[in-house]
Design a binder for this molecule. Structure first.
Ligand code: CP
Length: 331
């Protein structure tokens, strides 16, 4: 039984097969491979795209999705092993995962970090606990990575520029008034280096480096796949000649639990907004973002409304890639 928790556990050719199937779905192919099957979607955090596309994707393939929000319409869940459960949680993931496995054929989890202690959050306990106790495949709907978003991004890139090998991919940090999850940024590095792109990470300073696990994976994958990976704090250098510009905001890891101190730093970097002037430095570059996005904070109206913005296409692709992932795991 295989899970879909991180693309790091999947080869480029396995991912390409999922992307090829997603392209068939996009071109109108149908499948009833979930006929009589069901999937549990557990949301510990809000969602628009992920919930809609998973629920519809399951239904379009003949299956049924049950949406649960632990702590809201379902019991709060404990993830610590061996703990005395005298807090808010009413049941342990050991029971939740085993019970759901008796009812459904796949379990999908969205569980963001708590943003208090990165050393704790980086363990990604929620999804790994489900994977440990479940006897059905587990899919990551965004924890500290967002692999479904990765595939939607790569599907769009391939349709826009063909083979991504050695095309210049820029992941730029952008300003946002709140510290956000690093998941999409981690994922952006994983998928672009997996497909041999020449990848640049642009961020304000070393505090905004991503977790070493993902920086090291990016370097290793770039080497394995004939691409490259470098980090810069220089905006002009980063945008120059880029084929793809991918934007995301995230909180600085050394400031987890100390966000007031980080805010005074982050507020100095509002000029990292993606605008037409920066995009003019690129190689007729295409722009995207995972959404949701605050207009004229992360990117200007001019960029979002341009012909080179493919964020809506990427969002559509979520539906196609997730159908392909579910079809693969239910296989
Ligand atoms: N990109 C993304 O996952 O969107 P939602 O948070 O709306 O699901």
């Amino acid at each position: 039984m295989k899970n879909f928790i991180s693309t790091a556990e999947w080869s480029q050719s396995e991912l390409q097969m999922i992307l090829d199937h997603a392209n068939q779905f996009k071109q109108g192919a149908s499948s009833d491979c979930l006929n009589g099957k069901s999937v549990a979607l557990l949301f510990f955090n809000p969602s628009l795209r992920t919930r809609t596309s998973f629920e519809l994707g399951a239904w379009q393939m003949g299956g049924h999705a049950v949406v649960l929000e632990p702590g809201k319409n379902a019991w709060p869940i404990e993830f610590e092993a061996g703990t005395i459960m005298d807090g808010n949680a009413e049941e342990h993931v050991a029971e939740v995962a085993q019970v759901l496995s008796r009812y459904v054929d796949m379990i999908c989890i969205r569980a963001f970090p708590k943003f208090e202690n990165w050393q704790e959050d980086r363990l990604d306990k929620a999804i790994h606990s489900f994977a440990k106790y479940a006897s059905v495949p587990v899919i990551n709907m965004e924890t500290i990575t967002h692999p479904c978003q990765e595939l939607a991004n790569m599907q769009a890139i391939q349709s826009l520029i063909g083979k991504p090998q050695n095309k210049k991919y820029l992941l730029t940090w952008t300003y946002h008034p709140k510290p956000l999850n690093t998941a999409v940024a981690n994922s952006s590095l994983l998928i672009s280096t997996k497909f041999g792109m020449d990848v640049t990470l642009l961020c304000p300073n070393a505090d905004y480096h991503l977790d070493p696990r993902y920086m090291e994976a990016a370097s290793k994958q770039a080497q394995e796949n004939g691409g490259s990976f470098n980090v810069t704090y220089d905006i002009e250098e980063a945008y120059s000649g880029a084929d793809i510009v991918y934007a995301k905001s995230w909180g600085a890891l050394p400031y987890f639990g100390n966000w007031q101190a980080e805010k005074t730093i982050r507020d100095q970097y509002k000029h990292f907004i993606v605008d037409e002037k920066k995009m003019a430095l690129t190689n007729n570059g295409q722009f995207s973002h995972c959404l949701p996005l605050r207009r004229n904070i992360k990117a200007t109206d001019g960029v979002l409304d341009s012909d080179y913005c493919f964020a809506i296409d990427e969002a559509e692709n979520r539906l196609h890639v997730q159908k392909a992932i579910m079809a693969k795991l239910i296989g």
